[in-house]
Design a protein around this ligand. Structure first.
Ligand code: WQD
Length: 345
């Protein structure tokens, strides 16, 4: 039987590159499409080293409808995983129209072409849609709260666009995966997170502090109503997250979907505080991190973690890597980046 082809939009980025590796190793052909607005070739080159071949790569922008149509003419695409979007929470507050135009127009373009081609769509959503949940852990039936940023709002709006599209167009089926907090790097240390400028997210800030690129980690708030006063999150290993996409694509392409639109929480189900994550990072990597407590960060929720049982039942997926393994992989990646930087000095 011929191999199925999966288009990974935004596939040169952090999550897209890890998904490309897992899909390829699971026997799918992958086409990466990326406009490189938020990444360079580092992760794509790493993917090629891991796989031993070069997945198809097309530089294009999903806001260009003609380019999207051309992509589907050039490749026999059976399913699409859509990552291509802007994702900086703070930037979205400062420049909302940039986020609404890019994140919504690109997705509508994709869906219009996917509908014509009868192609299934997997949307990269986020636990941010739950906001400050009334009860924890959150299930897929937990109510979505009003987004606290335009970025989070585009996630909710894209979920609704996908839901309404599959309801109206029989040729379309869709799955939304709600990620909790993706962290870590591929065990090869050839791909990982590459934030541009000062990292917004916790783990890249930790590793950059440990390597000496940042002076000190600020822990935003230690007066929350949690056991140690710092926020609780569900940190999901990036390779585990990538493997969830393989399970979801398989469900779509093997005709196993029970509804035209399905949603899954992709998390570990294990809440971890910021302080616990910091101390685990220090312990597993045998180092002392320079950190201090700072005021709370606007927009942060106190706690969120997943009930991931539906993904196990329906996708046959659950998180397998330990937090220790994940934080060791994040550190190995940061050290490799530092070595590479030295070589280019
Ligand atoms: C985690 C915790 C911070 C940095 C966001 C998006 C979400 C997804 C993941 C894209 C919080 C604390 C952080 C620092 C800190 N992104 N922190 N010092 O905000 O849970 O989720 O990223 O899809 O959609 O909302 O992740 O890593 O920014 O923060 O104390 O320097 O770490 O306050 O409690 P967040 P995060």
């Amino acid at each position: 039987m011929s191999k199925k082809t999966v288009l990974v939009s935004g596939g040169a980025g952090f999550i897209g590159s890890h998904v490309t590796v897992e899909l390829s190793q699971a026997g799918y052909d992958v086409v990466i499409a990326d406009n490189f607005s938020n990444c360079d070739m580092t992760c794509y080159d790493g993917v090629c080293q891991i796989l031993g071949f070069k997945p198809a790569l097309v530089e294009m922008d999903f806001c260009d409808k003609a380019a999207v149509a051309d992509l589907f003419e050039r490749y026999p695409i059976d399913a699409v995983i859509h990552f291509a979007a802007y994702k900086a929470v703070g930037e979205s507050v400062a420049d909302p129209l940039k986020y609404y135009r890019n994140n919504l127009a690109s997705f509508v373009n994709l869906l219009e072409v996917a509908r014509e081609k009868g192609c299934n769509v997997l949307f990269s959503s986020s636990a941010t849609v739950y906001g400050e949940a009334d009860s924890l852990p959150v299930t897929e039936q937990s109510p979505r709260k009003s987004a606290t940023s335009p970025y989070g709002n585009t996630k909710q709006m894209c979920e609704d666009i996908l839901r309404d599209s599959v309801a109206a167009y029989p040729s379309l089926k869709g799955i939304a995966l709600r990620y909790f907090n993706p962290i870590g790097a591929h065990p090869s240390a050839l791909i990982g997170e590459l934030p541009r400028g000062v990292p917004n997210n916790l783990v890249p800030f930790i590793t950059q502090t440990a390597i000496g690129k940042r002076e000190c980690l600020s822990i935003f708030g230690n007066d929350y109503p949690t056991p140690d006063g710092t926020c609780l999150r569900d940190y999901i290993d990036i390779v585990d997250l990538a493997r969830a996409h393989v399970c979801a694509v398989r469900r779509m392409l093997d005709g196993e979907m029970e509804e035209p639109y399905e949603i899954y929480n992709i998390g570990t189900g294990r809440p971890l505080s910021v302080l616990e994550l910091v101390t685990t990072f220090e312990k597993v990597n045998n180092l002392k991190l320079n950190y201090k407590y700072a005021p709370r960060r606007d927009g942060d929720v106190v706690a969120i973690w997943a009930d991931p049982s539906l993904a196990l039942t329906k996708l046959g997926w659950k998180a397998e890597r330990s937090t220790e393994e994940t934080l060791a992989s994040a550190w190995a990646w940061e050290k490799r980046l530092a070595e590479a930087a030295k070589m280019t000095e």
